[in-house]
Design a protein around this ligand. Structure first.
Ligand code: FAD
Length: 489
């Protein structure tokens, strides 16, 4: 839970009436939101747990306008919070309550500029909604492999700035692996044009990687050249009741070969997590009524269409699941027989975050360890949390193929947010100490934002923190670009 009571030092230069008029001259009336009601969704984070402040929300229509707005802010020492879809879960896109500057939303910059199906790339503006990009790629018989629960509203600028993960990382890598080039407005307003559709480019430091995962602290991503892949032609999706997390990693390990390297996704769900979704999300159906604490959502995809009479993904998977049952890892399983059945499985997986919101206050840790250590982490982590608060209700899940567990808890029945908050520091310390002792990461895919500011400085070495601060100070000496996020400067 964020500690907004102890904000870092951030620039407090005000947006004066004269500066407001200069902003209006750059972006026009359409690009400014200054009334409290209009600003509300831009200063409140997705979870509703942080409500910040901003003098005005600025919505430029193109990179030239972004550049002029940033230059104006730079010259006047005004802090900027870049924002895309505002679905981030660490408070990175939400201004601090003490913020006196602007929110710069890229939502109006939402054009697909070019699709090159032969070269397997597309060039897009930062405000394109992720799902639109998936659909655009599909309409050219191509695949853009970034999939996550918020895809209907998150935007590619935010995805790249958080180096988002999701359910295809196992095969295609994180967001940063899906990018060939970027255009970025630097904190002084300069435009860096690195929009190169190149697979190979060893010309000094690879600057694009500085901005991806920087959570808007080093500049504003305005365009990107994204990589595409062939569209899937043969898909098998299955819901498996499994013995335990150890069985999960063994199943995945065997699945790579059995699928001929076609594992697309492998998602671990606890029984408590599945039940929470079924309870809160209308229309979802339990794919398999099995007596177990653990499930796997396994998907194999091939770009090769199934030939008449030949074995396809489903047949290969059927044989594989039979072998895994024989080995005692799988208790029961169902392969989706229709798109609707596959969709139901995915809706269960993708609805965990909205379902948890409906359950009331909770705690969640987005951690990673090496895949083989996942079972040990889950067992020891559950014990550590339950030792501190025995009535807390765990619902772990995760992208197990990435060693990434969303180690999540509903508060004890009837416990209010403030009371739960009192237990949060002890549980956080126990979980993150355990992660660190297993050589893992305290933030696998959601980033640092406001929420993990202090955790990052606790767990990262002085050398790492100093190197990050050196980069930040070099690019943003006035500390105007998303100040007080990721690092305390
Ligand atoms: C239901 C749900 C499911 C989710 N599932 C996943 C998941 O599986 N994997 C995962 O990784 N995340 C997940 N998330 C978290 C979130 O969706 C991702 O972090 C997403 O990438 C954020 O995109 P956004 O457009 O909403 O960015 P925002 O929330 O607007 O911004 C995120 C960060 O990027 C910065 N930023 C935004 N745009 C720019 C820009 N153009 N230039 C520079 N900085 C910018 C912001 O300042 C902020 O620090 C989930 C969230 C929800 C609500």
């Amino acid at each position: 839970m964020p500690d907004t009571a102890l904000p870092p030092t951030i620039p407090t230069a005000p947006v004066t009436p004269a500066i407001l008029e200069s902003l209006r001259a750059i972006v026009g009336d359409k690009g400014l939101i200054a009334d409290d009601q209009g600003k509300q969704p831009f200063v409140t984070d997705w979870r509703g747990s942080i409500v910040g402040n901003a003098a005005v929300v600025v919505r430029p229509a193109n990179v030239e306008e972004v550049s002029k707005v940033v230059k104006l802010c730079h010259d006047n020492g005004i802090a900027i919070v870049p924002q895309a879809g505002n679905t981030g879960l660490m408070g990175g896109a939400t201004p601090w309550p003490s913020h006196t500057g602007i929110v710069l939303s890229v939502g109006r910059m939402n054009k697909v500029l070019n699709v090159d199906p032969v070269g397997y790339s597309m060039t897009v503006e930062a405000g394109c909604v992720l799902q639109t990009l998936q659909e655009t790629a599909a309409s050219h018989d191509r695949f853009f492999p970034l999939f996550l629960g918020a895809q209907g509203s998150c935007m590619i600028g935010g995805n790249l700035s958080t180096n988002a993960g999701g359910v295809q990382v196992l095969r295609y890598g994180n967001a940063r692996n899906l990018v060939m080039g970027l255009e970025v407005v630097l904190p002084n307003g300069d435009i860096w044009n690195g929009l190169r559709a190149l697979k190979k480019d060893n010309t000094g430091y690879d600057l694009k990687h500085l901005f991806m995962g920087a959570e808007g602290t080093l500049g504003i991503i305005t365009k990107a050249v994204l990589k595409l892949w062939p569209a899937a032609k043969d898909v098998a999706t299955a819901w498996l009741a499994i013995r335990d997390p150890q069985a999960a990693i063994e199943i995945l390990s065997e699945a790579h070969g059995a699928s001929e390297d076609n594992v697309g996704s492998c998602e671990l769900m606890s029984r408590t997590c599945t039940d929470m979704v079924l309870r809160n999300i209308p229309g979802t159906q339990d794919p398999l009524k099995a007596d177990t604490e653990w499930f796997l959502l396994l998907e194999w995809t091939s770009a090769r269409p199934k030939a008449e009479g030949a074995e396809g993904m489903a047949e290969k998977m059927e044989q594989f699941l039979a072998d895994q049952m024989e080995a005692g890892r799988v208790i029961d399983a169902v392969i989706a027989q229709s798109e609707a059945q596959a969709r139901n499985m995915w809706v269960i997986r993708e609805s965990v975050a909205p379902a948890s919101r409906a359950e009331g206050p909770g705690l969640s840790y987005d951690i990673s360890v090496s895949i083989s250590k996942v079972p040990e982490f889950i067992e020891r982590g559950l014990k550590a949390a339950l030792d501190i608060l025995p009535s807390i209700r765990p619902y772990p899940l995760g992208h197990i193929g990435d060693g990434n567990i969303h180690f999540s808890f509903m508060g004890p029945k009837g416990m209010d947010r403030e009371t739960l908050k009192q237990y949060s520091p002890a549980i956080t310390r126990a979980v993150n100490d355990l992660v660190t002792s297993l050589d893992g990461s305290i933030s696998a895919e959601h980033g640092i934002g406001i929420d993990k500011l202090d955790e990052l400085s606790h767990y990262r070495s002085r050398i790492e923190l100093d190197t990050m601060r050196t980069i930040k100070r070099a690019l943003d000496p006035k500390n105007i670009m998303n100040p007080g996020k990721v690092l305390r400067i």
